[in-house]
Design a protein around this ligand. Structure first.
Ligand SMILES: Nc1ncnc2c1ncn2[C@@H]1O[C@H](COP(=O)(O)OP(=O)(O)OP(=O)(O)O)[C@@H](O)[C@H]1O
Length: 235
């Protein structure tokens, strides 16, 4: 715990479905991510890691409790187009297991697209995209199409796409899940260096102990319950 609180889950839970078919993906959970944190969320498949990250990102609403982003205007507005949601979208970057690049846009265009969609002019978005690609070591790919780069390179581009917006908090859901160990290790290296450089906090959901070891704090999910490490408690 080294800085101000970026996101707090307060008795936040998420259940899918209802009645006998209901699945409690995340039981009521209390946890906090602070500025500059480096947190690995570990746990077996289906333990609730992705759901917890989606709650922290505001991509899903909790079905119990609340998720709070103290730096947003409307701190608990977990969905919809309000000012809190817009501020949160700018301040939180999410990296998924699949890089999901648009095949008809080149790498620089893919990287700058979220900035353009957020209203940045095309020239500035391109410059920031190139700087972010440089930061993760793939500036030479800027003019290529996604089909012409490797999986590890594509995941670096996905990281650059998030980092170009200079978020306060980066949430990465199995960012190395589709990569071999060596390539995955390089992706973690560039991610850690980049969040250090932009001063962001990082939360990584991972199955891989080698990835988790690179992060200062380790949390474990088991059957939808978050087992916190000794340093993950109070805001
Ligand atoms: N949209 C959904 N509808 C119904 N059930 C869901 C949905 N999303 C997740 N679940 C269920 O919630 C539980 C937690 O899923 P979640 O994806 O969060 O786990 P995970 O730890 O991230 O798993 P993995 O490592 O395989 O990605 C699982 O039982 C899953 O089947």
């Amino acid at each position: 715990m080294t800085g101000s609180v970026l996101v707090s889950c307060r008795d936040a839970g998420r259940t899918y479905g209802s009645g006998p078919a209901a699945v409690v993906a995340v039981h009521d959970t209390n946890c906090h991510v602070h500025a500059h944190d480096r947190i690995a969320v570990m746990g077996s498949s289906g333990s609730g890691k992705s759901t917890l990250l989606h709650l922290m990102a505001g991509l899903e609403r909790p079905t119990s409790g609340e998720v709070v982003w103290p730096w947003c205007a409307d701190t608990t507005d977990a969905a919809g187009p309000g000012p809190g949601a817009r501020a949160r979208a700018k301040g939180i970057g999410v990296i998924f297991q699949s890089p999901s690049l648009i095949p008809t846009l080149d790498i620089a265009e893919n990287t700058g697209l979220p900035l353009v969609l957020a209203g940045e002019n095309a020239g500035r978005a391109h410059a920031r995209a190139l700087a972010a690609l440089e930061r993760v070591g793939v500036a030479d790919l800027a003019a290529k199409l996604p089909d012409d780069i490797s999986g590890g390179q594509a995941q670096r581009v996905a990281a650059a796409r998030v980092l170009a917006a200079r978020p306060r908090l980066v949430l990465a859901d199995e960012p190395t899940g589709r990569l071999d160990r060596t390539t995955g290790g390089h992706v973690v290296d560039v991610l850690l260096a980049a969040v250090d450089e932009i001063g962001a906090a990082l939360v990584v959901a991972t199955h891989d102990p080698a990835v988790a070891e690179r992060l200062r704090t380790r949390w474990t999910m088991r059957d939808g319950r978050l087992l916190l490490g000794p340093d993950a408690g109070a805001p």
